[in-house]
Ligand binder design. Structure first.
Ligand SMILES: Nc1ncnc2c1ncn2[C@@H]1O[C@H](COP(=O)(O)OP(=O)(O)OP(=O)(O)O)[C@@H](O)[C@H]1O
Ligand SMILES: [Mg+2]
Length: 285
């Protein structure tokens, strides 16, 4: 399996404050990799380093096999980047923004209307970016990142502040991209997004990657309780260990048709994160 991205001992600080410390991970070609971490943890900083917009103080990063300190037109032509302060010109219309980008990266302009349509922005194509809502702006930003059939997409909080329907549409677009073989590196505060969309996630906290793996595996690893919680139809809640000793009581409840719900007690990604960092996802500083 080839690596689309590798980070090896990346470190950087600002004004004497260390933000990333020996950050090491790999992203495989074709996977959706989610970077989670509290606000201020360094996620955007990491994307800037990985895309060659900022240089690390220590360590190495490689993108599509090339050192990120040496990226050129060939690599930039193969990546798409969606982040808040990146690449949208406020006074230009949605269409003109994509048209400008198409010229820059030699993408046929015939793609523009198509992409605007898929993002639900066709009717707003003549509107200036400054007059778009946050959701529309996000979708335009994603449209821009998709213009050049990128092999590797960087998405910094692609669904932050979006309504559930727009979020679902965005997820559908990303899943479609993955099916086409695109590698996606995204950051998110949305645990549902991380759990349902990402093949693997990394938890960034205190400048380090403190956990990395498949969301389900991470939840299993922290499943100390390893129990079933059973809510009975009479309203009682029973907790049983997940071992053979519980087989008889569970069989009896089933025979009596007494079970309303039954759940295993593995934690959610969010509760693992809170346990590991001691902080909520929205407060770091
Ligand atoms: N250019 C800069 N100069 C000084 N400090 C910076 C700079 N860029 C980032 N920082 C600091 O580095 C830390 C990490 O910022 P970063 O934007 O990477 O966090 P983040 O994880 O993306 O947070 P959020 O979830 O809020 O987007 C913050 O303390 C931020 O203030
Ligand atoms: Mg950020």
């Amino acid at each position: 399996m080839n690596h689309a991205l590798t980070a090896e001992n990346l470190s950087i600080g600002f004004a004497g404050r260390q933000v990333l410390e020996h950050v090491t991970f790999e992203v495989q070609e074709g996977e959706i990799f989610g970077l989670l971490g509290p606000s201020g943890a360094g996620k955007t900083t990491l994307i800037k380093i990985l895309t060659g917009r900022l240089f690390q103080e220590d360590g190495h990063a490689r993108l599509l096999g090339k050192d990120t300190e040496e990226l050129g037109a060939s690599e930039y032509g193969q990546i798409g980047v969606m982040m808040d302060d990146f690449g949208l010109y406020e006074r230009m219309s949605a269409y003109d923004n994509l048209s400008f980008y198409a010229e820059l990266y030699h993408v046929p302009k015939s793609r523009i209307d198509d992409i605007l349509g898929r993002m639900g922005l066709y009717d707003a194509r003549r509107r200036a970016v400054s007059k778009l809502s946050k959701g529309m702006r996000n979708r335009l930003s994603l449209a821009r990142a998709l213009m050049n059939h990128a092999k590797l997409l960087f998405l910094d909080e692609p669904t932050s502040g979006l309504d559930p329907v727009t979020t679902r549409d965005m997820h559908a677009v990303l899943t479609e991209q993955k099916k086409k073989g695109t590698t996606i590196f995204l950051t998110t505060h949305n645990m549902y997004e991380a759990q349902s969309l990402c093949d693997r996630v990394a938890l960034l906290s205190g400048g380090r990657i403190i956990e990395c793996g498949k969301p389900a595996d991470i939840c299993k690893k922290y499943n100390y309780l390893n129990r079933f919680q059973i809510t009975l139809k009479n309203g009682n809640v029973v907790t049983l260990d997940n071992n053979s000793g519980s087989a008889i009581p569970i069989k009896e409840y089933l025979e009596q048709d007494a079970i309303e719900t039954i759940h295993s007690t593995e934690p959610t990604l969010e509760s693992v994160f809170i346990e590991l960092t001691g902080k909520g996802l929205h407060s770091y500083e």
